[in-house]
Design a protein around this ligand. Structure first.
Ligand SMILES: Cc1ncc(C[n+]2csc(CCOP(=O)(O)OP(=O)(O)O)c2C)c(N)n1
Length: 299
């Protein structure tokens, strides 16, 4: 039999078991490519871990470790200590990554500690706005009014009653040197920001909105487009801060699409268009967009 040679140049390879069109896998491939081969990854439990590391195979062409849902940041600090001990400081990068459940909720305390220690680690959050891997329960990143398996719309409720937590500002409050947001819709922006993050010493945080095909109830060719529309409406601001200063913001179009232009593609928001009270909620969601546009100078 001829020897199999891998024809793919990416550091995250096909053959994983993620859903077709998964926004998270699109983003993750470009994140690791932009970091380069001399990178060690600490990965949280979640879709990215489960779909890329089915024993005895791995889709990763770099050293990659999974320990627990809550602790990639602590594991990353340990890896960094070992790198320093071996005299490889500055030669090997450490990337910690997790979903929104891991980042916003369950692993948050350990992320806060990593930032306090000032460790030279890039933390990337792939935000599907829901606990995708366990069947779409609400997380601290779930937007107001979204349907999830724990926030069913019905007679008494119009979906999730909590506002999305602002991780960008939580990172800034820790004085993280490089803090940026982007989406699966903007591959070049992902690559640019990952490369730029490594120019800033100390902790760095990139928050990427990554549409989840089954969790959002969208088509499998929509992750890129909805990543763009989330930005264009102002629903998910795409910005970049260096040492606490806003250095770039991706502008929304002058005639920015209204939020319902974004919401209408998601099964998770369809109740808002059916329930008479939904129109009022859509106004609140539009105000969130308007406030983001004003606050982050997006026009
Ligand atoms: C301490 C702990 N609680 C719960 C779980 C179960 N669990 C595994 S993956 C997961 C969801 C992960 O969600 P998220 O971090 O948003 O990543 P995604 O799957 O959406 O990419 C949960 C709840 C676990 N493994 N460990």
């Amino acid at each position: 039999m001829p020897k199999y040679t891998n024809p793919f140049e990416h550091l995250l390879n096909p053959g994983h078991t993620a859903c077709p069109g998964c926004g998270q896998l699109i983003a993750a491939r470009h994140v690791i490519d932009a970091c380069g081969p001399d990178t060690i990854i600490a990965n949280a439990t979640g879709c990215l871990e489960v779909t890329t590391s089915k024993h005895p195979t791995s889709s990763w062409k770099v050293p990659w470790i999974h320990s627990l849902f809550e602790n990639p940041s602590a594991v990353a600090s340990g890896i960094l200590a070992a790198i320093k001990h071996k005299g490889l400081d500055g030669k090997v990068k450490v990337l910690a990554q997790g979903g929104d459940g891991s980042t916003f909720d369950i692993g948050f305390g350990l992320i806060s500690g990593m930032w306090e220690r000032g460790d030279n680690i890039l933390y990337v959050c792939y935000d599907t706005e829901v606990y995708s891997n366990t069947g779409y329960q609400a997380s601290g990143a779930t937007p107001l009014d979204a349907f999830t398996r724990t926030t069913w719309p019905g007679k008494k409720s119009l979906g999730n009653r909590m506002f999305k937590k602002n991780m960008l500002e939580i990172a800034l409050a820790h004085r993280v040197g490089y803090v940026a947001t982007t989406t699966s819709g903007y591959i070049e922006d992902i690559k640019r920001k990952v490369k730029k993050a490594w120019d800033t010493p100390g902790p760095k945080f990139i928050h990427i909105l990554t549409p989840c095909v089954p969790g959002w109830g969208i088509e499998d060719n929509q992750a890129i487009e909805l990543g763009k529309l989330a930005q264009k409406t102002g629903f998910f601001p795409v910005v970049e801060f260096v040492n606490g200063e806003l250095v770039s913001s991706m502008k929304v179009p002058q005639d920015a699409p209204k939020v319902d232009e974004y919401l209408k593609y998601h099964a998770r928001f369809k109740h808002l268009f059916k329930d008479p009270k939904g129109a009022e909620q859509i106004k609140i969601l539009q105000k969130i967009c308007n406030d983001n546009i004003a606050k982050y100078n997006l026009k």
